[in-house]
Design a protein. Structure first.
Ligand code: PAF
Length: 307
């Protein structure tokens, strides 16, 4: 494995070993970056078999370290559930210095405000990717879909930091796009999640089944409501564009169960508060009613509490 970057690559730390975190770890190893996964508990066997998109199998031993004793790092990637972001960063607080760059990568919105407040001196990046990965067990990773990745700095950052970090991140899950205002890309992804996740969880269906005629009215209503909130926020977008984006993802991930479907099925906390909950909270601030999103928020919250 070789380092393809023209300078000493920053040391990367990845929180956890979820599907996307493991995929990024694998890509880091391929690119020759120095990388560690920060975990709660060290397992005896940390080997991993990765099947890439071409069907080729790779065997690797990820470098893991306890989150309570991380090795030195320059770049911290946080690909965890939205509700875990602040707790894990608080856990790492005593190891985080102002030079370290923090990258948030998760479904939903609302965490960046919280992180900025708790880590006001750190350069912060928000990211969203449409790459797909599955981790059927702790030692197996399957790359399921090539996507694209969007990044944006949250706040002012010096040129040297940008020059050191942007190529490193851009190489991981290409093609990568850097945005002056990442919020539009985050809202577009939020809209996709606000359509697919609650509907697939409530109706207990795979993503692809949402292409069925019976769900089209609900999808249109959700897109109408979200387009209104986005427009009120200054992101002029049509309901038709949001609908088209959602239908594309429904088709591209037809055989998958959404993360929210799986969270409810396995009695885990879902990200509803950061997806539909965020839409409803912004709608409320902007005095822009979103009754159907509100109904889905209540339905999923009820299903969560029944579990
Ligand atoms: O949360 C998920 O499952 C995914 O973000 C998506 C895009 C809805 C595909 O299943």
């Amino acid at each position: 494995m070789q380092n393809n970057t023209p300078w000493p690559a920053p040391k990367v730390a990845i929180v956890g070993q979820g599907a996307i975190g493991s995929l990024i770890g694998f890509k880091c190893q391929k690119l020759g970056y120095e990388v560690q996964h920060l975990v709660r508990r060290q397992r005896q066997q940390s080997y991993c078999t990765v099947t890439d998109l071409a069907g080729k199998t790779h065997h690797l031993t990820p470098n893991t370290g306890l989150i309570t004793q991380p090795q030195q790092f320059d770049l911290l990637l946080v690909p965890v559930k939205a509700y875990q972001v602040l707790p894990v960063l608080r856990q790492l607080q005593s190891f985080i210095t102002p030079q370290q760059v923090i990258v948030l990568l998760h479904n939903g919105m609302g965490t960046t405000e919280q992180v900025k407040e708790s880590f006001p001196n750190n350069p912060l990046i928000a990211a969203t990717t449409s790459y797909g990965a599955l981790k059927p067990d702790a030692n197996t990773l399957i790359e399921t879909g090539k996507g694209h990745t969007h990044f944006g700095w949250l706040g002012q950052v010096d040129t040297a930091t940008k020059q050191a970090i942007e190529p490193v991140l851009s190489a991981l899950l290409p093609p990568s796009y850097w945005h002056q205002d990442i919020n539009l890309a985050l809202w577009k992804k939020l809209a996709i999640n606000a359509v697919i996740n609650p509907l697939s969880a409530i109706h207990n269906v795979r993503n692809g089944e949402l292409a069925d005629h019976q769900y089209q009215r609900d999808i249109s209503t959700l897109c109408d409501e979200i387009a209104k909130v986005m427009t009120a926020q200054g992101y002029s977008i049509s309901s038709a564009e949001l609908n088209k984006n959602a239908q594309q993802v429904i088709a591209a991930t037809a055989n998958n169960y959404s993360s929210m479907h799986q969270d409810l099925k396995f009695n885990r906390k879902s990200e509803i508060e950061f997806i539909t909950g965020y839409v409803c909270a912004k709608a409320n601030e902007l005095n822009c009613p979103v009754p159907f999103n509100q109904r889905l928020l209540e339905q999923v919250t009820r299903l969560e509490s029944v579990n």
